[in-house]
Design a protein around this ligand. Structure first.
Ligand SMILES: Nc1ncnc2c1ncn2[C@@H]1O[C@H](COP(=O)(O)OP(=O)(O)OP(=O)(O)O)[C@@H](O)[C@H]1O
Ligand SMILES: [Mg+2]
Length: 370
């Protein structure tokens, strides 16, 4: 197969999905390609007790109950709405679930202010309409409509960013499970096959969640994904994703455990500070999510690869961290500066090690940004 910058989950893990299907003896809802247990196993990884002769790595890190509730929802009559802070892995979980359940995670609509009803229903191929008139052949189904026709999962990213017209159209799709095409005289209803469902995601910082109409809310089960605060799982996520990114760049580099620790600790410190802040000005604009940690680490690694001696140093890490988190001047810069003086400096004096380099790099970065 030709190379893709980012292969969809069902392509990337095709081997694993084939294997799981081959050993799956449990009943499957509708046209699901795997049973609910196997879907869970694909997402959360295998354990010895599962008795498989192949290790399935964990791909999404978080409480198992979220994954189970999501799977149950998808077998029910309702859509699934994953809500959480930016970078908490909502889209990633949606993709994994769609890939495991129906081997297609690419039927996606992106919600924006410009999303229209056409994007979730259908539109027309204008030149065909001019030539041959409106017919099913000249109709272009949206990803959601394709999902209905195939009885698979459609995804709706950033639901709350779309307008209320679009949300209303979604209500009718989720309740009636068909779309009518009034432009056509016959063959003018597309019914959803069993197995059709929708996974939507919404960013809790977008504030739009409360503005969803109660009619729409009733048609979704909400699963709230919290920011991972458990350091061990967070370390695993960061390691897992970073390895993947590095493989993509064909870079071989070891992230020294002390540096990974420093990265995790600094985010933990900054989150504590944000939790104690009394106004938005005292709080970093960043949500300090795991995804941002991954971004910081990737940035530091690429920087040392391109412009440094290839080994990862604490100075570089600090510079990447400051660079990514200092979005507002002066507010964010002041918060980061306070952090360096109040927390990092005493720690560097006491523990030395990587924290000294981190302090140096941080100071240089702040000076350059100020
Ligand atoms: N719990 C997690 N398990 C595995 N990977 C995670 C987790 N949280 C975040 N990540 C990784 O962080 C990156 C960003 O995650 P993702 O895009 O899914 O976030 P999101 O919640 O959809 O954010 P947004 O609200 O900004 O769209 C992905 O590469 C994902 O793999
Ligand atoms: Mg997302």
């Amino acid at each position: 197969m030709s190379e893709m910058l980012r292969a969809p989950v069902e392509v990337k893990y095709a081997d694993e999905l084939d294997y799981l299907a081959s050993v799956d003896t449990d009943p499957k809802p509708f046209s699901w390609r795997l049973s609910p247990r196997m879907v869970r196993l694909f997402v959360l990884g295998s354990e010895r007790a599962d008795g498989l002769d192949r290790v399935i790595p964990q791909k999404w890190f978080g409480d198992r109950s979220f994954v189970e509730r999501s799977i149950v929802t998808l077998a029910s009559d309702r859509g699934l709405l994953l809500i959480g802070d930016p970078g908490t892995g909502k889209s990633w979980l949606a993709e994994l679930l769609a890939a495991a359940i129906c081997r297609n995670s690419t039927l996606v609509v992106q919600g924006t202010a410009g999303t229209t009803e056409d994007h979730i229903k259908y539109s027309w191929n204008v030149s065909m309409v001019i030539g041959r008139g409106q017919s099913r052949e000249s109709m272009i189904p949206s990803p959601i409509m394709t999902a209905m026709e195939q009885g698979v999962i459609g995804r709706f990213e950033e639901l709350t960013r779309s307008t209320s017209d679009v949300q209303d159209a979604l209500i009718s799709i989720l309740s009636e499970k068909y779309v009518s095409i009034p432009e056509l005289d016959n063959d003018n209803i597309v019914f959803a096959k069993p197995g059709f469902s929708i996974i939507a995601t919404a960013n809790s910082r977008d504030r739009g969640v409360n503005d969803l109409s109660s009619a729409l809310k009733r048609r979704f089960n909400f699963v709230r994904i919290p920011v991972v605060t458990n350091k061990r799982s967070e370390a695993e996520i960061v390691r897992f994703r970073t390895e993947e990114l590095l493989r993509r760049h064909r870079i071989e580099v070891e992230v020294p455990p002390t540096l990974l620790d420093i990265l995790l600790q600094s985010f933990a410190d900054l989150r504590t500070a944000a939790a104690g802040a009394t106004s938005d000005d005292e709080k970093l604009e960043s949500a300090l999510s795991t995804a941002e940690q991954i971004g910081v680490l990737e940035d530091a690694i690429l920087h040392s690869q391109f412009f440094g001696d290839r080994a990862l140093h604490a100075e570089t890490l600090a510079r990447s961290l400051m660079g990514s988190l200092a979005r507002r001047s002066p507010e964010d810069l002041a918060i980061l500066n306070k952090y360096l003086h109040g927390v990092v400096e005493p720690r560097a004096k006491q523990d030395g090690g990587g924290w000294e380099g981190f302090l140096d790099g941080g100071r240089q970065a702040i000076a350059a940004l100020s």
